[in-house]
Design a binder for this molecule. Structure first.
Ligand code: ATP
Ligand code: MG
Length: 233
Protein backbone atom coordinates (compact mmCIF):
# COMPACT_ATOMS: atom_id res chain seq x y z
CA UNK A 1 0.00 0.00 0.00
CA UNK A 2 1.25 3.48 -0.86
CA UNK A 3 1.71 6.20 1.77
CA UNK A 4 -1.03 8.29 0.13
CA UNK A 5 -3.90 6.79 -1.86
CA UNK A 6 -6.67 9.01 -3.14
CA UNK A 7 -9.55 7.03 -4.64
CA UNK A 8 -12.50 8.57 -6.49
CA UNK A 9 -12.35 11.76 -4.43
CA UNK A 10 -14.78 14.53 -5.34
CA UNK A 11 -15.49 17.95 -3.86
CA UNK A 12 -18.27 20.28 -4.98
CA UNK A 13 -19.23 23.77 -3.94
CA UNK A 14 -22.80 25.00 -4.09
CA UNK A 15 -22.97 28.57 -5.43
CA UNK A 16 -26.65 29.51 -5.34
CA UNK A 17 -28.28 27.55 -8.14
CA UNK A 18 -25.07 26.19 -9.63
CA UNK A 19 -22.70 23.49 -8.42
CA UNK A 20 -18.98 24.05 -8.91
CA UNK A 21 -17.02 20.82 -9.19
CA UNK A 22 -13.63 21.62 -7.64
CA UNK A 23 -12.38 17.99 -7.57
CA UNK A 24 -14.07 15.30 -9.66
CA UNK A 25 -13.10 11.62 -9.36
CA UNK A 26 -9.48 12.36 -8.38
CA UNK A 27 -7.23 9.28 -8.25
CA UNK A 28 -3.50 9.00 -7.50
CA UNK A 29 -0.99 7.56 -5.08
CA UNK A 30 2.27 8.82 -3.54
CA UNK A 31 5.09 6.87 -1.86
CA UNK A 32 6.70 7.90 1.43
CA UNK A 33 9.57 10.39 1.07
CA UNK A 34 8.70 11.46 -2.45
CA UNK A 35 8.88 15.02 -3.71
CA UNK A 36 5.65 15.49 -5.66
CA UNK A 37 4.63 18.38 -7.89
CA UNK A 38 0.96 19.02 -8.62
CA UNK A 39 0.70 21.05 -11.81
CA UNK A 40 -2.32 22.73 -13.34
CA UNK A 41 -3.73 26.02 -14.49
CA UNK A 42 -5.77 28.39 -12.34
CA UNK A 43 -9.02 26.83 -11.15
CA UNK A 44 -7.92 23.25 -11.92
CA UNK A 45 -8.58 22.20 -8.31
CA UNK A 46 -5.03 22.06 -6.91
CA UNK A 47 -5.58 24.01 -3.69
CA UNK A 48 -8.82 22.14 -3.05
CA UNK A 49 -6.94 18.86 -3.27
CA UNK A 50 -4.07 20.10 -1.05
CA UNK A 51 -6.51 21.36 1.58
CA UNK A 52 -8.27 17.99 1.63
CA UNK A 53 -4.95 16.13 1.99
CA UNK A 54 -4.02 18.42 4.89
CA UNK A 55 -7.31 18.04 6.74
CA UNK A 56 -8.11 21.73 6.24
CA UNK A 57 -11.16 20.78 4.20
CA UNK A 58 -13.20 17.61 3.63
CA UNK A 59 -14.25 15.91 0.42
CA UNK A 60 -17.81 14.92 -0.43
CA UNK A 61 -17.06 11.49 -1.87
CA UNK A 62 -14.19 9.04 -2.06
CA UNK A 63 -11.27 7.81 0.04
CA UNK A 64 -8.22 9.79 1.14
CA UNK A 65 -5.92 7.19 2.68
CA UNK A 66 -2.85 8.51 4.48
CA UNK A 67 -0.65 5.82 5.99
CA UNK A 68 -3.57 3.40 5.65
CA UNK A 69 -6.07 5.62 7.46
CA UNK A 70 -8.99 7.26 5.66
CA UNK A 71 -8.84 10.90 6.74
CA UNK A 72 -12.10 11.56 4.86
CA UNK A 73 -13.91 9.80 7.71
CA UNK A 74 -12.32 11.72 10.62
CA UNK A 75 -14.50 13.89 12.84
CA UNK A 76 -13.41 17.49 13.37
CA UNK A 77 -11.49 16.76 16.59
CA UNK A 78 -9.60 13.87 14.95
CA UNK A 79 -8.91 16.08 11.93
CA UNK A 80 -7.42 18.78 14.17
CA UNK A 81 -5.11 16.18 15.75
CA UNK A 82 -4.14 14.92 12.30
CA UNK A 83 -3.29 18.47 11.15
CA UNK A 84 -1.36 19.17 14.33
CA UNK A 85 0.84 16.07 14.32
CA UNK A 86 1.19 14.93 10.73
CA UNK A 87 0.98 18.03 8.54
CA UNK A 88 3.15 21.05 7.77
CA UNK A 89 1.72 23.79 5.54
CA UNK A 90 3.59 26.39 3.48
CA UNK A 91 1.53 29.10 1.76
CA UNK A 92 2.23 31.45 -1.13
CA UNK A 93 2.10 34.56 1.07
CA UNK A 94 3.86 33.03 4.11
CA UNK A 95 1.02 33.66 6.64
CA UNK A 96 3.43 34.71 9.39
CA UNK A 97 2.17 36.52 12.49
CA UNK A 98 3.34 40.12 12.09
CA UNK A 99 3.90 41.04 15.72
CA UNK A 100 5.93 37.92 16.52
CA UNK A 101 9.62 37.46 15.69
CA UNK A 102 10.88 34.73 13.37
CA UNK A 103 11.70 32.57 16.39
CA UNK A 104 8.31 33.19 17.99
CA UNK A 105 6.54 32.33 14.74
CA UNK A 106 8.33 28.97 14.68
CA UNK A 107 7.57 28.43 18.38
CA UNK A 108 3.86 28.76 17.63
CA UNK A 109 4.17 25.47 15.79
CA UNK A 110 6.84 23.72 17.85
CA UNK A 111 4.85 24.24 21.05
CA UNK A 112 2.02 22.15 19.59
CA UNK A 113 3.89 18.84 19.72
CA UNK A 114 6.12 17.01 22.20
CA UNK A 115 9.19 16.16 20.14
CA UNK A 116 9.51 19.31 18.03
CA UNK A 117 12.81 20.60 16.68
CA UNK A 118 14.52 23.49 18.41
CA UNK A 119 13.22 26.70 16.74
CA UNK A 120 16.63 28.38 16.60
CA UNK A 121 18.28 25.28 15.18
CA UNK A 122 15.73 24.94 12.40
CA UNK A 123 16.03 28.66 11.58
CA UNK A 124 19.80 28.15 11.34
CA UNK A 125 19.21 25.27 8.95
CA UNK A 126 17.24 27.48 6.57
CA UNK A 127 20.02 30.09 6.74
CA UNK A 128 18.38 32.53 9.14
CA UNK A 129 20.49 32.02 12.24
CA UNK A 130 21.24 35.75 12.41
CA UNK A 131 17.60 36.80 11.87
CA UNK A 132 15.82 34.90 14.65
CA UNK A 133 14.79 38.06 16.51
CA UNK A 134 13.58 39.95 13.44
CA UNK A 135 9.91 40.60 12.76
CA UNK A 136 8.41 39.55 9.40
CA UNK A 137 8.29 43.17 8.15
CA UNK A 138 12.07 43.35 8.65
CA UNK A 139 12.65 40.31 6.39
CA UNK A 140 12.64 39.93 2.61
CA UNK A 141 10.01 37.79 0.92
CA UNK A 142 12.40 34.88 0.55
CA UNK A 143 13.45 35.15 4.19
CA UNK A 144 9.82 35.22 5.29
CA UNK A 145 9.12 32.13 3.22
CA UNK A 146 12.09 30.38 4.85
CA UNK A 147 10.63 31.25 8.28
CA UNK A 148 7.34 29.77 7.16
CA UNK A 149 9.11 26.58 6.02
CA UNK A 150 10.94 26.46 9.37
CA UNK A 151 7.57 26.80 11.09
CA UNK A 152 6.10 24.01 8.96
CA UNK A 153 8.97 21.54 9.49
CA UNK A 154 9.60 22.31 13.20
CA UNK A 155 6.85 19.86 14.14
CA UNK A 156 8.59 17.12 12.10
CA UNK A 157 5.52 16.56 9.95
CA UNK A 158 5.16 13.38 7.93
CA UNK A 159 3.64 15.34 5.10
CA UNK A 160 4.70 18.83 4.01
CA UNK A 161 2.12 20.56 1.80
CA UNK A 162 3.16 23.68 -0.11
CA UNK A 163 0.72 25.81 -2.11
CA UNK A 164 2.63 27.95 -4.66
CA UNK A 165 5.56 28.35 -2.23
CA UNK A 166 7.66 30.27 -4.77
CA UNK A 167 4.76 32.20 -6.33
CA UNK A 168 5.73 35.50 -4.69
CA UNK A 169 9.51 35.08 -4.96
CA UNK A 170 12.09 36.06 -7.57
CA UNK A 171 13.94 33.40 -9.54
CA UNK A 172 16.99 32.85 -7.33
CA UNK A 173 15.10 33.14 -4.06
CA UNK A 174 12.55 30.68 -5.41
CA UNK A 175 15.35 28.22 -6.18
CA UNK A 176 16.69 28.50 -2.61
CA UNK A 177 13.25 27.72 -1.24
CA UNK A 178 12.81 24.74 -3.58
CA UNK A 179 16.24 23.45 -2.54
CA UNK A 180 15.18 23.48 1.12
CA UNK A 181 12.00 21.59 0.23
CA UNK A 182 13.88 19.01 -1.89
CA UNK A 183 16.41 18.52 0.96
CA UNK A 184 13.55 17.97 3.38
CA UNK A 185 12.37 15.02 1.28
CA UNK A 186 15.86 13.66 0.49
CA UNK A 187 17.47 14.07 3.91
CA UNK A 188 14.57 13.79 6.35
CA UNK A 189 12.34 11.41 4.39
CA UNK A 190 9.42 13.82 4.61
CA UNK A 191 6.82 13.42 1.88
CA UNK A 192 6.67 16.85 0.20
CA UNK A 193 3.88 17.98 -2.13
CA UNK A 194 4.29 21.25 -4.01
CA UNK A 195 1.43 22.86 -5.92
CA UNK A 196 2.43 25.13 -8.79
CA UNK A 197 1.26 26.28 -12.20
CA UNK A 198 4.91 26.47 -13.37
CA UNK A 199 5.52 23.42 -15.55
CA UNK A 200 9.26 24.18 -15.70
CA UNK A 201 9.58 22.86 -12.14
CA UNK A 202 8.43 19.36 -13.13
CA UNK A 203 11.96 17.88 -13.61
CA UNK A 204 12.85 18.28 -9.90
CA UNK A 205 10.03 16.01 -8.69
CA UNK A 206 9.93 12.24 -8.21
CA UNK A 207 6.31 12.34 -9.33
CA UNK A 208 4.37 14.91 -11.33
CA UNK A 209 0.58 14.94 -11.06
CA UNK A 210 -1.13 17.07 -13.69
CA UNK A 211 -4.63 18.41 -13.04
CA UNK A 212 -7.12 19.74 -15.55
CA UNK A 213 -10.82 20.55 -15.14
CA UNK A 214 -10.97 19.36 -11.51
CA UNK A 215 -9.40 15.98 -12.13
CA UNK A 216 -6.02 14.28 -12.62
CA UNK A 217 -5.19 14.24 -16.32
CA UNK A 218 -1.70 12.70 -16.19
CA UNK A 219 0.85 11.21 -13.76
CA UNK A 220 4.54 10.99 -14.58
CA UNK A 221 7.40 9.39 -12.63
CA UNK A 222 10.95 10.77 -12.84
CA UNK A 223 13.55 8.09 -12.14
CA UNK A 224 16.29 10.71 -12.03
CA UNK A 225 14.87 13.98 -10.72
CA UNK A 226 16.99 17.00 -11.53
CA UNK A 227 18.92 18.85 -8.85
CA UNK A 228 17.54 22.32 -8.30
CA UNK A 229 21.01 23.84 -8.62
CA UNK A 230 21.12 22.82 -12.30
CA UNK A 231 17.50 23.69 -13.09
CA UNK A 232 16.82 26.58 -15.49
CA UNK A 233 13.28 27.87 -15.65
N1 ATP B 1 -14.90 28.00 -1.17
C1 ATP B 1 -15.25 27.89 -2.46
N2 ATP B 1 -16.51 28.19 -2.85
C2 ATP B 1 -16.89 28.08 -4.14
N3 ATP B 1 -16.07 27.67 -5.13
C3 ATP B 1 -14.81 27.38 -4.81
C4 ATP B 1 -14.32 27.48 -3.47
N4 ATP B 1 -13.01 27.12 -3.45
C5 ATP B 1 -12.71 26.82 -4.73
N5 ATP B 1 -13.77 26.96 -5.55
C6 ATP B 1 -13.81 26.70 -6.98
O1 ATP B 1 -13.28 25.41 -7.23
C7 ATP B 1 -12.45 25.40 -8.37
C8 ATP B 1 -11.06 24.92 -8.00
O2 ATP B 1 -10.44 25.89 -7.14
P1 ATP B 1 -8.97 25.73 -6.55
O3 ATP B 1 -8.76 26.86 -5.61
O4 ATP B 1 -8.79 24.37 -6.04
O5 ATP B 1 -8.10 25.91 -7.88
P2 ATP B 1 -6.51 26.05 -8.05
O6 ATP B 1 -6.11 25.00 -9.03
O7 ATP B 1 -5.85 26.05 -6.72
O8 ATP B 1 -6.37 27.47 -8.75
P3 ATP B 1 -5.22 28.63 -8.58
O9 ATP B 1 -4.04 28.15 -9.39
O10 ATP B 1 -5.85 29.84 -9.19
O11 ATP B 1 -4.90 28.76 -7.13
C9 ATP B 1 -12.49 26.83 -8.93
O12 ATP B 1 -13.45 26.87 -9.95
C10 ATP B 1 -12.92 27.65 -7.75
O13 ATP B 1 -13.61 28.78 -8.17
MG1 MG C 1 -4.78 27.48 -5.65
Amino acid sequence: MSYIEVNHSSKRYQMGETTVSANEDVNFSVEKGELVIILGSSGAGKSTLLNILGGMDTNDEGEVLIDGKDIATLNSHERTEYRRHDIGFVFQFYNLVGNLTAKENVELASELVDDAMDPVQILEEVGLGDRVNNFPAQLSGGEQQRVSIARAVAKKPKLLLCDEPTGALDYNTGKQVLQILQDQARQEGTTVIIVTHNGALAPIADRVIRMRDATVSDIELNDNPQDIATLEY
